[in-house]
Design a protein around this ligand. Structure first.
Ligand code: 4AD
Ligand code: MG
Length: 452
């Protein structure tokens, strides 16, 4: 018997006997005929299994197969163009490979995302997640393609690290003990989960020129928002001899490439999001792929915010402030109406490694802000001058030695270089229109939420 997956099912198989395995989405039986919507995991579409008393063995038993059960169907495949499903199988037999009991939590009706998050065993089978987690896979491939086609070397930076790359103090401690005696712990020093692979990828950029890391990162920010997760994935390219403007060019090219790639390689999933989540998502992202991303300095942005002060909850607008999400959204949604790079932030509100500008007040930073999501990318040109970086680290009290290796890179052929971090999960929100970061992640981790 020809075992097929729906994804590979083409017209040649029309009229042939096939065997297909999958999970039951719906099952409706009557006296004369019954219908199972079967999803075999290979594609978003279902296949319709038609069973009839005169053709199908154990008709009664088949009509009682419960939702969620794993089955194997053998029968004749028919193309049914124009019908809800493109194919149907006229079943000779249906064998239950794994029955689902009557407490199967996914019923035909629409469930809330909050509820679905509480049932991790079957959550990926709900339509939105089914589409999302394949989109996640396709987008990962897009990222690798983009960089690999351009000769970037993929570097695996460590998950366990001895330093807080962002210096923001938002690290999870790694310990084998329940108390806080790190000094007696496994590594004989304070170990933590990485917040960013950047510092560890920089030596590779000063070896291979163009590199990237793409992996999980962890932040112990106790902010319960729809855009922050405690565990999320980040793409961090790093490029030798590149300045801030080159850096922004790469961000823009990468995002456009990713949009085109998913439209081409996940068309069913994107069509689903357009139908069920965000009525305009395909046109919206297509327009982004065809637009020129604007660039604006932080100082200019402050000017815009001062003029629109009254609209904000936080009306205390001044040069030097850290922008809040309402301010960022105002700039990209109201002023620019599209993606915008904000550049040259005050040095006090940015990380220690960013290159100080000639004015002595700002650093060569770029954040990409986009409508709906806010900050999608954070990047900068790095401080390559040993003395300037050393002084900065000393001033910030970062002199306990754990970053000497990082500083040393400036002594051994350290030169102009730049890089950025793209929040992978936020990119998925941007593409799909899904509003909560918890709903783009297979196993979301957020404060007070670790259900499995
Ligand atoms: O702006 P961030 O903190 O930059 C860095 O970590 C740099 N070391 C990157 C680099 O230059 N190599 O984070 C980068 C991006 C943000 O713009 C955002 O999209 C995402 O990572 N991000 C988060 N996504 C989900 N949950 C969180 N808690 C996030 N924090 C940052
Ligand atoms: Mg940032």
């Amino acid at each position: 018997m020809l075992a097929v997956k729906l994804k590979d099912t083409y017209k040649d198989l029309d009229g042939q006997k096939v065997t297909m395995q999958g999970w039951v989405r719906t099952n409706r039986g009557s006296k004369k005929a019954g219908f199972i919507e079967l999803n075999d995991g290979s594609t978003f579409s279902n296949v319709q299994v038609v069973y009839k008393p005169e053709q199908t063995a154990d008709y009664e038993a088949v009509s009682k197969i419960t939702l969620g059960s794993a089955i194997e169907v053998t029968g004749t495949l028919k193309a049914t163009p124009g019908a809800k499903q493109d194919y149907e199988i006229q079943a000779d037999s249906v064998e239950v490979l794994g029955a689902s009991d009557h407490e199967y939590p996914l019923q035909k009706k629409r469930h809330s995302f909050e509820y679905l998050r509480t049932i991790p065993s079957v959550r990926p089978r709900a339509n939105t997640y089914y589409a999302m987690f394949r989109l996640r896979s396709v987008l990962s491939m897009a990222i690798h393609r983009f960089f690999q086609d351009r000769g970037f070397v993929y570097v695996h930076t460590p998950i366990i690290t001895g330093n807080d790359a962002e210096g923001a103090g938002e690290c999870f401690t790694v310990t084998t003990r329940a108390d806080d005696k790190y000094d007696q712990d496994f590594f004989a020093k304070h170990a933590q989960l990485t917040v960013s692979g950047q510092l560890h990828v920089e030596p590779f950029a000063l070896t291979y020129r163009n590199v990237y890391t793409f992996g999980p990162t962890f932040r112990a920010e106790n902010s319960n928002t729809t855009r922050h997760a405690s565990e999320f994935w980040m793409i961090e390219p790093e490029m030798a001899f590149a300045d801030l403007s080159d850096n922004m060019d790469v961000v823009e090219d990468m995002i456009k490439y990713c949009i085109n790639y998913v439209l081409e390689n996940a068309p069913e999933e994107m069509a689903f999001f357009e139908k069920a989540i965000d009525k305009d998502c395909i046109n919206r992202v297509k327009a982004v792929a065809e637009s020129d991303f604007k660039r604006m300095t932080y100082t200019e942005a402050i000017g815009h915010l001062e003029q629109a002060k009254d609209q904000f909850e936080n009306q205390d607008i001044f040069w030097g402030m850290d922008l809040q999400s309402e301010h960022e959204r105002y700039i990209c949604e109201q002023v620019v109406k599209g993606p915008v790079f904000l550049t040259d932030y005050p040095k006090e509100i940015k990380a220690f490694y960013m290159r100080e500008n000639e004015d002595g007040k700002t650093v060569a930073a770029c954040d990409l802000l986009v409508p709906y999501v806010g900050e999608l990318v954070g990047g900068s040109q790095r401080e390559e001058r040993y003395d300037v970086l050393k002084k900065k680290m000393d001033d910030l009290g970062m002199n306990e030695g754990s970053l000497d290796w990082y500083l040393d890179l400036r002594r051994f052929g350290g030169c102009r270089h730049s890089g950025f971090g793209l929040g992978f999960d936020r990119m998925l929100m941007y593409l799909s229109g899904v509003q909560n970061i918890r709903d783009v992640q297979p196993y979301p981790r957020t404060p007070r939420n670790l259900i499995n």
